[in-house]
Ligand binder design. Structure first.
Ligand SMILES: Nc1ncnc2c1ncn2[C@@H]1O[C@H](COP(=O)(O)OP(=O)(O)OP(=O)(O)O)[C@@H](O)[C@H]1O
Ligand SMILES: [Mg+2]
Length: 309
C-alpha cells in the first residue's frame, strides 16, 4: 500500500529577483514499510522535497499525500503521521537533559502514557548511560540518538531523516544506522537522504537518484546497477594468463577480457561459465576477486556528477 504519494511536484524559490527551480516535476510513490533512499549531490533538491512532504514548505505546484492525508488541505494530520529529524543535534535543547527533552516533546505532542513511551525508547536505543545528563555534555553520537528518540516519540508510521549520520564518527554512525534499521524492521516506513553510497547499499529497499530537482532513476540498488549497464568484474590470478584469456574470449556474454601482470580481468559473462572455462583449461587458479558494479559509477553516468567531492 502506498504511504507517501507525490504527483507532479514543483518548487521554486524566489530570492532577490532570481528564481531557483529546486524541484522540477517529481512523481514518487513510497510503499508502507519501505526503507526509501533519496540520493543526490549538493543542491539536488533533497531537503526541499522533504520539507514539502513534511508541510514545512508549500509547493509551487503539485500534490502530496501522506497516509492518505493531503499535505495542503490536512497539514496537521500529515505532520502527525511523520517523525522527522532534519536538523539533528540542533533539534533538542542542550540545557536540558535527554529525558527532559523527551518529556517536553512528549507533552507537546500530547503523547498518552509518555513516561512509558520514554522508558521504551531509552531501552530500545540504549540511552541509559547519559539520558539524565544535560545534552551539552553529550558526544555528537549521543545527541543524535536522543534527537532520533524524539523523532520516534509519537510512534509515527513514517520517519524522515535528512543525512542523519553526517556529523558522526564511524562507530556512532553505525550505531545510529542499526537503530534506524531496527525501527524499519518493526514496520515504520523510513525516508532517508544521504550522499553516502555505502549507506544506500546497506539500508535501502529502493532508491531515487535526484539531481537538479528531477528523479533521474528509481529502483532497488541492484536494479540501478543493472540500468547503468555496468557489469561484474572478475580478476583471476593464474599461472598462465594468456591461455585462460584466450579460452574466456569464447565464453558467452563475456564483454571484455584483458591481461594485467599475471592476472586476467573479465567483464560480464555468467560466473559459472567463466569458472568452468578456467578449470577446464587446466591452468592453476591462484586467486580470484569479484567486484560488483559500483553505485558511484551509476550515479556519475546518470548525473555527470560525483556524490562526494
Ligand atoms: N530558501 C531558499 N531560497 C533560495 N534558494 C534555495 C532555498 N533553499 C534551497 N534553495 C536552492 O534550491 C536548490 C535545492 O536545494 P536543497 O537544499 O533542496 O538541496 P539538497 O539536495 O538538500 O542539497 P544538500 O545535499 O546540499 O543538502 C539549491 O539550488 C538551493 O540553493
Ligand atoms: Mg539538504
Amino acid at each position: 500500500m502506498a504511504i507517501v504519494e507525490i504527483r507532479d511536484l514543483y518548487k521554486e524559490y524566489r530570492a532577490r529577483g532570481k528564481v531557483v527551480k529546486a524541484l522540477n516535476g517529481i512523481d514518487l510513490t513510497i510503499e508502507e514499510g519501505e526503507f526509501f533512499g533519496l540520493l543526490g549531490p549538493n543542491g539536488a533538491g533533497k531537503t526541499t522535497l522533504i520539507q514539502c512532504i513534511t508541510t514545512l514548505l508549500i509547493p509551487t505546484k503539485g500534490e502530496i499525500s501522506v497516509c492518505g492525508y493531503d499535505a495542503l488541505r490536512e497539514p496537521s494530520k500529515v505532520r502527525a503521521s511523520i517523525g522527522c529529524m532534519l536538523t539533528g543535534e540542533r533539534s533538542i535543547y542542550w540545557k536540558l537533559t535527554g529525558r527532559e527533552n523527551l518529556d517536553y516533546f512528549g507533552a507537546l505532542y500530547h503523547i498518552k502514557k509518555r513516561r512509558d513511551r520514554i522508558e521504551e525508547l531509552i531501552s530500545m536505543l540504549s540511552l541509559e548511560d547519559f539520558i539524565d545528563r544535560r545534552v551539552e555534555t553529550y558526544s555528537s553520537g549521543q545527541r543524535m540518538k536522543v534527537a532520533f528518540a524524539k523523532t520516534l516519540i509519537a510512534d509515527p508510521p513514517v520517519i524522515i531523516l535528512d543525512e542523519p549520520t553526517i556529523t558522526l564518527d564511524v562507530l556512532a554512525s553505525r550505531e545510529l544506522r542499526q537503530a534506524i534499521k531496527e525501527i524499519n524492521r518493526n514496520g515504520t516506513t523510513v525516508i532517508y537522504t544521504t550522499h553516502l553510497m555505502f549507506e544506500v547499499e546497506e539500508l535501502c529497499d529502493r532508491v531515487a537518484i535526484i539531481d537538479e530537482g528531477v528523479i533521474k532513476a528509481l529502483d532497488t540498488v541492484e536494479g540501478l546497477k543493472r540500468i547503468s549497464g555496468d557489469e561484474r568484474r572478475i580478476k583471476l590470478s593464474l599461472s598462465d594468463p594468456s591461455t585462460v584469456a584466450e579460452a574466456l574470449r569464447g565464453v558467452e556474454s563475456v564483454k571484455e577480457v584483458s591481461e594485467e601482470n599475471g592476472s586476467v580481468v573479465v567483464v560480464g559473462g555468467a560466473l559459472d561459465s567463466i569458472l568452468k572455462a578456467v578449470l577446464s583449461s587446466g591452468v592453476e587458479l591462484k586467486d580470484i576477486d569479484v567486484s560488483s558494479p559500483d553505485l558511484e559509477n551509476v550515479f556519475l553516468k546518470l548525473t555527470g556528477k560525483r556524490l562526494e567531492e
